[in-house]
Design a protein around this ligand. Structure first.
Ligand code: HEC
Ligand code: HEC
Length: 501
């Protein structure tokens, strides 16, 4: 594709050699210095020869870039062109959120330059006429309005962004499960409701650039949408789908209500928690399919309910799942989609079985020998909630009180609501004003997650709000107070944990 698009550049280069710029390749000393750095910091993922044949490539998805392919995703240059030096510098400096590519903020400017020159030695294209890529122009952005966002929605649908990114932009379009990149790895469309995960930048100008340049090597195409106003309208629509920043929470407030129902949940602000891949015990070395989970909680006089929501590319409701399934370590996770339907999607809420005394909590990985955890588990292939007790991830067994479950998948999002009696002899209680430790696990069946191969959080809290408190300053004051309380609690915890011990 590059060759076709760059004919103009070739002709210009051939016709006026005196005027043509030379590609910037650095001096031998700079490339040598770059090589030393590259071999120390980059080669274990990108390969000694730049061809991504390295340890890291086995379990990272997207896989580390193969620099010998001359294909780069994140550019300010036309589709099919090489990146500019600044593009490579930016990729190194800022890294790529939610992928294996770390940011390198502490490297000096000279170090980064040397790395750029060395990376360019892996592909001959950089030293030829294609080494001076054609840049894209970004006109000044007009202002945003409700009308431009509405027009953007139309442009989004007309250009079939929906096929991959889904109707709601959650990355769940009908083609999503089948997409592969140029290196034959399965690749997921971006979740447009999480703009902070964009690797090509998340400002309006960045998003404009992304669909004008395309992400070469990935199925994300380059678009030439006319008129230009429609491009900005599309940008405005994409921006409207997401908050700027994730706003992660430290607690879920369980709000007292007279009846547990959808309207009561909708009236409660959600708390968002980041999900990370389990990396401590066997089952690690995989890349989790789910990046965040949202929780809400309600209490009535005799019931407690927790509602969880998370975006998932596809609902896996065939097969089965369980927190107690053994992970076959010999069967290495290869990032390939599990289309066999062996594992269904699943989710679990974890509480200590008994209210912890002081600050000692059960181990966050399904408890430990001394202190057990209660697991409220939902295998989303089935209609019922299952209760498990865990004394460590090797010792999880079914048992405990009855759970209610309601679960549904719609437009790229799972909603699962658990209910339990508020007080159950021998299990965690939800007294007014209590801080109840809570953690979450989520399994993406398509990503072959089961047992201890799962996305998880560490411990957070459910704060059981006090019913009928007349508040002259409005409900938000309660949340302010909660943040303060948590701050005090955490400080006390750190003091105890690290003082004189
Ligand atoms: C832990 C593994 C890892 C390490 C270490 C690492 N990278 Fe990467 N790198 C990746 C992955 C994964 C990607 C692909 C991300 C994607 O496709 O979104 C990537 C992508 C890139 C890209 C591609 C940008 C594009 O436009 O396609 C560049 C450039 C890059 N890395 C440079 C470096 C340099 C230089 C270093 C060392 C200072 C380095 N990386 C270290 C994993 C790594
Ligand atoms: C054929 C499938 C497909 C279509 C159609 C498609 N995309 Fe994408 N898009 C992808 C994939 C796959 C990625 C993720 C690429 C990656 O991870 O490297 C992506 C990524 C993105 C990103 C995030 C880039 C970043 O910085 O990380 C944005 C924004 C985006 N697409 C917008 C759009 C818009 C707007 C449209 C319609 C004009 C569109 N896409 C059409 C497949 C598609």
């Amino acid at each position: 594709m590059r060759r076709a698009l760059s004919m103009a550049a070739v002709l210009a280069f051939a016709a006026s050699p005196a005027l043509a710029q030379e590609p910037a390749l650095g001096t031998q000393a700079q490339r040598d210095a770059g090589k030393v750095l590259y071999e120390a910091k980059c080669a274990h993922c990108h390969g000694l020869n730049g061809d991504a044949d390295a340890v890291g490539a086995a379990y990272l998805r997207p896989a580390p870039r193969d620099f010998t392919s001359s294909t780069f995703k994140f550019r300010t240059t036309m589709s099919g062109e090489l990146p500019s030096d600044d593009d490579i510098r930016r990729s190194i400096r800022e890294g790529m959120p939610t992928t294996g590519m770390p940011p390198w903020p502490t490297l000096s400017r000279a170090d980064v330059d040397n790395l750029v020159y060395y990376i360019k030695t892996f592909a001959d294209d950089f030293s030829g006429p294609f080494g001076i890529p054609e840049m894209i122009e970004i006109p000044k952005a007009p202002s945003v309005s409700a009308e431009t966002i509405a027009r953007g929605r139309e442009v989004f649908v007309e250009n079939q962004c929906v096929d991959c990114h889904g109707n709601g932009g959650r990355g769940s379009g009908k083609s999503a499960p089948t997409l592969t990149d140029q290196w034959d790895y399965h690749i997921r469309p971006a979740d447009l409701t999480k703009r902070w995960t964009f690797r090509n930048g998340s400002t309006r100008e960045d998003i404009y650039r992304t669909f004008n340049t395309g992400l070469d090597g990935s199925p994300m195409p380059a678009y030439e949408i006319e008129p230009i106003e429609d491009r900005w309208a599309l940008v405005d629509y994409v921006v409207s789908l997401s908050a700027d920043e994730p706003n992660y929470a430290t607690a879920v407030v369980a709000t007292p209500v007279t009846e547990i129902n959808d309207a009561a949940f909708e009236a409660t602000p959600p708390s968002l928690f980041a999900i990370v891949g389990q990396v401590v015990e066997p089952g690690r070395a995989f890349y989790p399919g789910i990046s965040a989970i949202e929780a809400r909680a309600l209490v009535t006089a005799d019931q407690v309910a927790v509602q969880l929501r998370w975006n998932d590319m596809i609902a896996d409701t065939r097969g089965m799942n369980g927190p107690d399934l053994p992970v076959d370590e010999t069967e290495r996770w290869i990032g390939a989609p599990d289309t066999s339907g062996t594992f269904s999607d699943a989710v679990a809420i974890q509480f200590p079985t008994e209210t912890p005394e002081g600050v000692e909590m059960p181990y966050f990985m399904f408890g430990d020998r001394k202190s057990s955890v209660d697991l409220w588990f939902a295998d989303l292939a089935g209609p019922t909630g299952q209760h498990y007790i865990g004394n460590g991830s090797g010792n999880v067994r079914a048992g405990g009180p009855a759970l209610g479950l309601r679960a549904a998948y719609d437009d790229g999002m799972w909603t699962a609501t658990f209910t339990r009696d508020r007080n159950v002899e021998g299990h965690i209680g939800f007294d007014e004003g209590a801080f109840v430790p809570v953690a979450f696990s989520v399994w993406d069946g398509f990503n072959a997650e089961s047992g201890n191969r799962r996305g998880l959080t560490s411990w957070y809290y459910v704060y059981v709000d006090v019913a009928e408190k007349p508040s002259p300053v409005g409900p938000m004051a309660g949340y302010g107070f909660l943040t303060l309380l948590l701050g005090v609690g955490i400080t006390a915890f750190m003091r105890r944990k690290y003082s004189g011990a």
